[in-house]
Every structure is written in C-alpha cells, then in structure tokens.
Write a protein that binds this ligand. Structure first.
Ligand code: ADP
Length: 362
C-alpha cells in the first residue's frame, strides 16, 4: 500500500522546531508534501532565511519521513517568510509599516565595535536572503560612510521630503554622516537629537524590509528613548567586550532597554579572542565574560567575534562583504552570530504572539 500525504503529515508532527518548542505541522511550517515512487519531497517554510537550525530540521524531517514503510528517500526544500513582529502590527501610527523588524544595536560605551557588529549583522542577514536596511543612528559619531564605503556616493532625494537610501553590499543604508559636513563636530541638544534621528528613520525611502538594523549611539542617552517611543522595536542587541569594566557598562545598556520595555535579543562579545599566526588562541581581554554576564542577566548570548586584522581593514576600506568572502573562519564566526540573532527574532515573535490575548466574539 502506498503512503499518503496525510500519513506523512502525521509523521511530521513528531519533528520539533527546537527553538520554538512546537512541531513543524502545528507551526504551519510544512508548505508542501510531494510523493512519487517511494520518494518524498517536503517543502518547509522557515521564519527567517538566516535560520540557524536549517541543517537540523532537514536531518530530522528526512529521518522521520523515511521511517514510514514505503518511503525510501526524502528531500527537503526550504522557503522563508519573515513574519512581522506583533509590536509592529499592533502600533496604530507606525511610521515604518513596511518594515517587519526593527533591531537596535547598542553598547554601554564607545569603541567596543558596535558599528562593526551592526554592519556585519546587516550584511550577514542580507547574504542569507533577507531584505535589510541599516540606519546609522549614531548621530554623534557616524561610522557607516567609512565602513560601507559611502564616501564617494551622492545623496539623492526621492520626491517630497524623502531621501533615497544607499544600496551597497546587498543592503539599504542611511547615515547622518552623508547629510552634514563631515569635518564639523556633531553637537546635538536633546530635542535636536530627537528630531535628527526621527527624520533619518522616517524620511528615508526604505521600501519593504525584513530587518532594519539601527546602529545606536553608545551609552544611555536621548536617542534610545526617542527610538523606543518612535518605532515598534522587536528588540535590542548589546555589544560588549570581555573585560569586567566593559561588562559593567553593558549591564547598564541592558537595563536601559529593559526599562524602555525593549526585549533583549542577546549579547554579543566582540574582540572575544585572537588567533595568532601560530594558530594559538589568545584570550587577550579574558574571553567568556559576556557569556557569563548574559547567563546571570537571563538574556541570550549570541556568540563571540574575534579580534581580526582583516575585519578592521575591511571596515576602514568600506568592504564588509570581504569579511564573509575572504576569510573562511571569520565568515563562519560572523555567520553563526547572525543566525543566532535571526533565531532570537523568530523566538521573540513566537513568544509575543503566544502572550497576546485573543478575543473571540460569538
Ligand atoms: P563603536 O561603534 O563601538 O564605537 P567601532 O565598530 O567603530 O566601535 O570599532 C572601533 C574600531 O575597532 C574600528 O576601527 C573597528 O574596525 C575596530 N574593530 C571593531 N571590532 C573589531 C574586531 N573584532 N577586530 C578588529 N578590529 C575591530
């Protein structure tokens, strides 16, 4: 007797999404089951193209389906549909209705690599297949023109009072650094900072985006407050270096976002360690402190990015794509962080949906 699609679906109820804690059928992730001569082809829809669990899900689906008598081979094909955050859908006057997730990248203090992490997060998500924007919200010290190589590009308006984002390295981007004289110091009083950030975020023609990554100013000033009031944030990433003093600052940044009701998507440890030419790992600043802090604060740990000369050089040269293409180990480390973050966004959506009460009217 040949196997039916219903039997395959029944069997797929035994395959769990390990992050979301439910089976693939309940999560409505099985989009197609095709059967032919003992061969099954299953189409699984992921919640992000940068899913960290693709390989595991593929393995588990194949294992479950080939357990059925009459199926000797199983192929798994993936599609991805980023679901918007419930906060984004719930906000009546959302100034960016076509952006599914707004992700803030913050740090307790400057110089820890917040802009570097923001850039590589945005480029990494885009390389996985997502539509990504990157906003230089660090209005006091914009780094994106250098890190993305925007210096020689002209700014274009898009009609009305809108401005076109720059499209480089597979992402859309905007920076105050392209709108003001780069040699003048950027001094903003509170209300001016609020206005500048607001204009950058809402008057850029972003179009449809899966993720808008925002490189925040360091510390706990006015801009995070403006951001939390203005845009429905899915969550925040806090960048930290391993030293104890850096963690004290990062802890304050985490508490600030929590006070603003912004979920913490995770902590990333930058400059985590260094691998010398001898292949030996040197923990210059004492690797692992951020992970311990994340554990203690009960927030996710997203991984560590090593000190890497190429990363610094590629940032100075405005070529972040090279971080992924030219150094296999660095690319893999960045990819792991990017995927962990994308996974946390999906978990956040799932958690918020589960918490949102539904009202049925009969
Ligand atoms: P922040 O935004 O926190 O002020 P940046 O991202 O601008 O910090 O980084 C400061 C400097 O350190 C930059 O020159 C950047 O290229 C360099 N840098 C950041 N992270 C790393 C790293 N992991 N390895 C090597 N250089 C790094």
């Amino acid at each position: 007797m040949s196997v039916t699609k219903e039997q395959v679906m029944e069997q797929l109820k035994t395959v769990m999404d390990p992050e979301l804690g439910k089976d693939l059928v309940t999560l409505n992730m099985i989009k197609n089951v095709a059967l032919c001569d003992g061969m099954a082809r299953i189409t699984v829809e992921l919640t992000t193209p940068a899913c960290p669990l693709k390989d595991k899900i593929s393995f588990d689906v194949k294992k479950a389906v080939t357990q059925l008598d009459g199926i000797s081979m199983c192929e798994v094909e993936f599609t991805a549909q980023v679901k918007p955050s419930p906060q984004q859908q719930a906000q009546d006057a959302n100034p960016l209705p076509n952006v599914k997730h707004v992700i803030a990248v913050g740090a307790g203090k400057g110089g820890v690599g917040k802009s570097t992490i923001s850039v590589n997060l945005a480029v990494g998500l885009a390389r996985a297949g997502a539509k990504v924007g990157l906003l230089d919200g660090d209005i006091y010290g914009p780094s994106l023109p250098t890190m993305l190589g925007l210096d020689d590009l002209e700014t274009h308006t898009a009609g009305g009072n809108m401005i076109m984002p720059f499209e480089v390295h597979g992402i859309k981007s905007m920076s105050i650094g392209k709108l003001v004289d780069p040699d003048k110091p950027l001094i903003w009083r509170g209300p001016m900072a609020h206005g500048a950030f607001n204009q950058l975020a809402t008057q850029t023609q972003w179009g449809e985006l899966d993720y808008l990554v925002i490189d925040m100013p360091p510390g706990t000033g006015d801009v995070p407050l403006t951001l939390a009031q203005l845009l429905p944030l899915t969550g925040a990433v806090v960048v930290c270096t391993p030293q104890k003093v850096a963690q004290d600052d990062a802890r304050r940044a985490v508490r600030m976002f929590q006070q603003l009701q912004v979920p913490i998507l995770g902590i990333v440890e930058n400059m985590s360690y260094f691998i010398g030419n001898d292949g030996v790992e040197y923990d210059i600043f004492g690797k692992g402190g951020s992970q311990a802090m994340a554990h203690q604060m009960e927030v996710p740990y997203l991984g560590g990015v090593p000190i890497n000369m190429r990363l610094r050089a590629n940032s100075d040269n405005g070529n972040p794509t090279a971080n992924f293409d030219d150094d296999a180990q660095l690319g893999a480390e960045l990819d792991a962080f990017v995927k962990n973050l994308a996974g946390q966004v999906s978990i956040q959506v799932h958690k918020t949906q589960a918490q949102t009460p539904t009202i049925s009217i009969s």
